[in-house]
Design a binder for this molecule. Structure first.
Ligand SMILES: [Mn+2]
Length: 314
């Protein structure tokens, strides 16, 4: 769909419900809340809601709304930061009159043909900020903070991104709109002693083979630590990053809700997204993932990454 059609639809509907992927990160929540704050200030008479599962880690950014099923019946649902149906939080979007997806991942969309995607954007928060400014919206301070939070985290503190000049330009605009960067940093850089000790536990457990590091987290880790899935699956990637000898790092975590293993893959410079796609996953060039059925498949993924690195280094 065309970018301007998103805003024609926003104008048209009195009820707009904003979704994003399950187990949200700060880009997903920031996009959802930032868009909601902006639309609420532009259209004080419209009913704007944010829905989905909550996050302990990123809950500081804002709360979700609890709404009845009937609210969807005459609504426009906008889904941010995801384009695949099985990852959308609050599946009641299927009741909505129309659905629009706004994303920045390199995935085909299986939800709707109303798909806006710019995979050159480091964060969907960057893309939404760009779109809102292009179409003349004013971004309020609280929305700017939400969008800025998504940009900081999805860009790896402004380290990744195919178009850093544009990324920084948009981030700069958000700061000028009053984004509270200290509020975000105070939440993402300060951890409890318990969290630090947990990281130390995983730091001592990862294995390294031929430049590829990996952690295999079975169900037992959730008995040992009382944490959310993403605290391990996403949260423990960092114990393997920033190490000279490690080019690619992989975190495999058993997900009891799916009876499957979620693989999170990261790379310093070698493109790894094709391996993710081979196993039915996807994402970005240097940051992607896939859902795997058992530990044998996990071992095949590890071998593929070792082989990929071997070929690149030849
Ligand atoms: Mn994102």
């Amino acid at each position: 769909m065309l970018e301007k059609e998103l805003f024609a639809k926003i104008e048209e509907y009195d009820t707009i419900i904003i979704h994003r992927h399950t187990r949200p990160d700060l880009d997903a929540l920031g996009a959802q809340l930032g868009l909601a704050y902006t639309l609420k200030s532009a259209y004080p008479c419209k009913h704007i809601y944010v829905v989905g599962d909550s996050s302990l880690k990123y809950g500081f950014i804002g709360k979700m709304d609890l709404i009845a099923d009937e609210v969807f019946d005459r609504a426009l649902s906008i889904i941010c930061d995801v384009a695949v149906a099985n990852m959308v939080s609050d599946t009641r979007y299927t009741r909505s009159q129309e659905v629009i997806v706004v994303d920045h991942h390199k995935n085909d969309c299986d939800i709707t043909s109303n798909h806006l995607c710019d995979c050159k954007r480091v964060a969907v928060c960057e893309y939404l900020t760009y779109l809102l400014l292009k179409f003349g919206y004013t971004i309020p301070k609280e929305a700017a903070t939400c969008f800025y939070g998504g940009m900081i985290t999805d860009s790896g503190r402004f380290m990744y991104g195919e178009n850093l000049a544009e990324t920084l330009e948009i981030a700069s605009k958000l700061i000028s709109f009053g984004a509270d960067s200290k509020f975000i940093y105070d939440h993402i850089y300060v951890e409890t002693l318990e969290e630090r000790n947990r990281k130390n536990y995983f730091s001592n457990r990862f294995e390294v083979r031929n430049g590829v590091a990996y952690l295999k987290n079975t169900e037992e880790v959730f008995q040992k630590f009382n944490v959310e899935f993403n605290d391990i699956s996403r949260g423990m990637l960092s114990v393997m990053s920033g190490i000279e000898e490690i080019e690619i790092w992989l975190n495999f975590t058993y997900d009891s809700s799916k009876n499957a293993i979620i693989g999170e893959f990261r790379s310093r410079s070698v493109s790894i997204v094709d391996v993710a796609k081979k196993y039915g996953g996807g994402g970005h060039t240097l940051a992607c993932g896939a859902t795997l059925k058992d530990w044998e498949e996990v071992d095949r993924v590890i071998m593929d990454f070792i082989e990929l690195l071997r070929q690149v280094e030849e």
